[in-house]
Every structure is written in structure tokens, then in C-alpha cells.
Design a protein around this ligand. Structure first.
Ligand code: HGY
Ligand code: MN
Ligand code: MN
Ligand code: MN
Length: 415
């Protein structure tokens, strides 16, 4: 049955209300939103999502790494590979309310709209909420989709020790989301992820839709610098083995490298801690993370090599010892050209401007692209702000993005 009058059919009210509802889960007394993977707040979000999935008659499956799937089967298409939508509902610390949630909840709206229009898709349509996309508590990030795509064994993933010393497997048990399905149990026909851009491009250029054709490479490391604790007052500068100073040199070195890359490389030191962490003691230990990204694999490797060489020189000049542990490493991926084209066509059908772009942020689509044709749809982030409670997108853009997703799915489902 070809359904033509799907244009602008998404139930905007329900989508916007659910975004608010989900956004209230994980708020602390200072109104800060945090739903770290496998935390109680994550559980509360998961529980709510499953209620919504069941309300729409979806079959809910949970796999061993806690990925949640809501699947809409019809009798005729049960054995076909499903079209998979989705994203994640875990957050960073003090997060916005759209990152990830928008793609999951829009996926539910797409199914609900097709159901109400009486569409009989040629294949099942499913929505995934992947575990631990953010990687704040347990590294690497995009862990649930990485396991799903076969990039990490579920056994190894469950053994991951978090930044708080907990075991992911035990935490998933504790919150009741250690599922039984083997990751990869559904082989998707295609995967489409709708997401806020989290960067400034669409907002600055006044464009409604990003047709994301690739996603940059990501390298995460934890660096440990060991010096010697000493008295802050009596120890002459020349005698110091100052781990804190050495860490500071690495931070400015990374910024200089990024500045010299004409906008290709981005480098971030997002976490740092000193030991003994006392005002009057020269730090004996500095531990920090480095997030390096570049859209080009070769360039990313060069950046990693340059940093490794710099750390060697620094260890000698500051007489400290420096070690590094890889926390995540994902190459750039290119998305499926046919789906990217469908996104552009859907945008023009809805009289929306669209632009092809590269994603600066990591996403579950980066993993799903390993096992099926995948692509992403972006909508503008106001002033490009994200991973920040000020993260915002105009309602009209949120609805437009969901309608583009609906059109792409309707196309892929052979309607
Ligand atoms: O780090 C990222 O880009 C993703 O949000 N985890
Ligand atoms: Mn995200
Ligand atoms: Mn994020
Ligand atoms: Mn992401």
C-alpha cells in the first residue's frame, strides 16, 4: 500500500512531550541531568522507554550488553531483516536533553505514525537504545553498538571496570538490564540514526537537515605521569619532578597541534587528577584523558604518533615517567550513499534545505556501519552547544528531522 500523505505526519506533541518527560529523568537537586550508563538514573530512563515501547505494541528484547530493542513485526514480514532506527539514552555528566534521546523517541514516532496510517511495511521496523554510547563511566564509548556490531566481545565488555571501580556486567545485573539475547541477534537491513548535530554548522548556515555522509576517527587515551612529591616551598624549581607541570605541557602541546591542523584535528583533555592533590605538595602523579579526533585516518595516526614522540621527550626533559593506555580507537566511517540520497530527497520533498556533512561526534551509527548500510540525519543545535544543559534545538527542527526520518523509512520499507 503506497501511502503518500505522510508528509508532516509525525505526532509532534507526543514526541516533544516525551523528550521533556525523559529529560526530567536523572535530574539531581541542582536540576543537573546525568544518566551515566547502568546507573539508577539510566535504569529509570530505560524503564520509561520500555513502557512507551509496549504502549505501541512493540516486542521488547534486551541483549546481554543491555541494548534495548522495540520491534514492530507484522505477520507477513516477520522473517525479513528489519529497518533499525535508534540511538542512546545514556548521557554525559550535566547533560542536555536531546543527545541520543531524540533519535530513540523519533524512531518510536515513526513506527506509531506508520501504524496509525495503516501502513504494512515490507519488513519489521525496530528502534534500539544502545548501552553506554557516551563512554563517561565505562570506556570505550559506543560500547553497546560496538559489541552489537562484533567489534568487542560481550564477555570483555561486561568485564569493563568503570571510572568508579564498578564492573559493567554487575551494574547491568543490578539494574535488571543484563539481557539474554545474543548481541547481533537482529541483522538489520539498514540503520538510520536521527541526532542533533551537536556542532554549529547547520545553525550558523540556517540549514534544517544534515545528510551525514561520514564520521570522523576517534582516539581516546589515559595518560599517567609519575614524578616525585616534594615540598612546594623548599624545593628549588630545578630539582622538581613535577607531574602537574608535565601534564600542563601536554595540554598546551595538544592545543598547538590542533591549531596547526587548520581545523582538521580536535584535541581535548576532559578529565585530570593529581596525587596527592594538596595545595603545598608538588604533584607526584597526574592522570588525564586525551580525546583526539580527525576525519582522516592517516592524519589521526600522525597525531597519535606525534603525541607519543612528544611524551618521550617530555619524560626526559622533566625527568618523569609517562605511560599511556588506549581507551577507545575508532577509524572514520563513510555512510551508505543510497540512504544519504534518500535523506536529501526526503528533505527536498518536505521543502527543507539540507547539507551533506561529516559528524564530529561519535555515534552508534559508526558501529552499525560495520554490519549494515547506515546513515545519519542531523538537525541544528542552537549555537552548536551540546554535552551541556544549554543544548537546544527548535521544536520545528525536531519535528522536521522526525518527518525526514519517517519519509526515509517509508521509502526503505517499500511503501
Ligand atoms: O564522544 C562522542 O562523540 C560521543 O558522544 N560518545
Ligand atoms: Mn549522542
Ligand atoms: Mn553525546
Ligand atoms: Mn554520540
Amino acid at each position: 500500500m503506497t501511502v503518500t500523505n505522510l508528509k508532516q505526519s509525525i505526532n509532534s506533541e507526543r514526541l516533544l512531550k516525551r523528550l521533556q518527560d525523559l529529560g526530567r529523568i536523572g535530574l539531581d537537586n541542582d536540576n543537573k541531568r546525568t544518566r551515566l550508563a547502568a546507573s539508577d538514573a539510566d535504569k529509570a530512563g530505560r524503564d520509561r522507554l520500555i513502557v512507551w515501547m509496549k504502549e505501541d505494541g512493540l516486542e521488547v528484547e534486551i541483549d546481554r550488553i543491555g541494548n534495548i530493542f522495540g520491534i514492530w513485526y507484522s505477520t507477513e514480514n516477520r522473517n525479513e531483516e528489519p529497518i533499525l532506527l535508534g540511538s542512546h539514552i545514556d548521557t554525559v555528566i550535566n547533560a542536555g536533553m536531546y543527545d541520543g534521546c531524540y533519535g530513540v523517541l523519533s524512531g518510536l514516532e515513526v513506527i506509531n505514525t506508520l501504524q496509525k496510517k495503516g501502513v504494512k511495511p515490507s519488513r519489521p521496523i525496530a528502534v534500539a537504545a544502545f548501552t553506554n554510547e557516551e563512554g563517561v563511566r565505562y570506556q570505550p564509548d559506543m560500547m553497546g553498538s560496538l559489541v552489537y556490531a562484533g567489534g568487542l566481545s560481550v564477555e570483555d565488555a561486561l568485564k569493563t571496570v568503570g571510572s568508579d571501580g564498578t564492573l559493567l556486567g554487575e551494574e547491568l545485573e543490578r539494574i535488571g538490564y543484563a539481557g539474554t539475547k545474543e548481541p547481533g541477534f537482529l541483522k538489520p537491513y539498514a540503520y538510520i540514526e536521527l541526532h542533533i548535530e551537536q556542532g554549529p554548522i547547520l545553525d550558523k548556515e540556517g540549514i534544517s537537515i544534515g545528510a551525514v555522509e561520514n564520521l570522523q576517527g576517534i582516539s581516546w587515551q589515559r595518560i599517567t605521569i609519575e614524578g616525585i612529591a616534594n615540598h612546594a616551598g623548599t624545593t628549588p624549581i630545578v630539582m622538581r619532578r613535577d607531574a602537574g607541570l608535565a601534564a600542563a605541557r601536554v595540554i598546551t602541546y595538544l592545543r598547538d597541534r590542533a591549531n596547526a591542523s587548520n581545523g582538521q584535528t580536535v584535541a581535548t583533555v576532559g578529565t585530570i587528577s593529581f596525587k596527592p592533590n594538596a595545595v603545598n605538595v608538588v604533584p607526584s602523579l597526574a592522570t588525564f584523558t586525551v580525546d583526539l579526533r580527525n576525519p582522516n585516518e592517516q592524519r589521526l595516526q600522525e597525531e597519535e604518533q606525534a603525541l607519543a614522540n612528544y611524551l618521550k621527550e617530555l619524560a626526559a626533559s622533566e625527568e618523569v615517567s609517562i605511560s599511556s593506555e588506549q581507551l577507545a580507537r575508532f577509524s572514520p566511517v563513510s555512510f551508505d550513499e543510497n540512504i544519504v540520497k534518500l535523506i536529501e530527497q526526503a528533505a527536498s520533498k518536505l521543502e527543507l534545505h539540507s547539507k551533506r556533512m561529516t559528524s564530529g561526534a561519535g555515534h552508534d551509527a559508526q558501529m552499525m556501519a560495520r554490519i549494515c548500510p547506515s546513515a545519519m540525519i542531523f538537525v541544528p543545535s542552537i549555537e552548536g552547544i551540546s554535552h551541556n544543559p544549554k543544548e537546544a534545538t527548535n521544536d520545528s527542527d525536531l519535528i522536521a528531522g522526525a518527518n525526514v526520518l519517517l519519509d526515509v523509512v517509508n521509502n526503505l520499507a517499500g511503501n
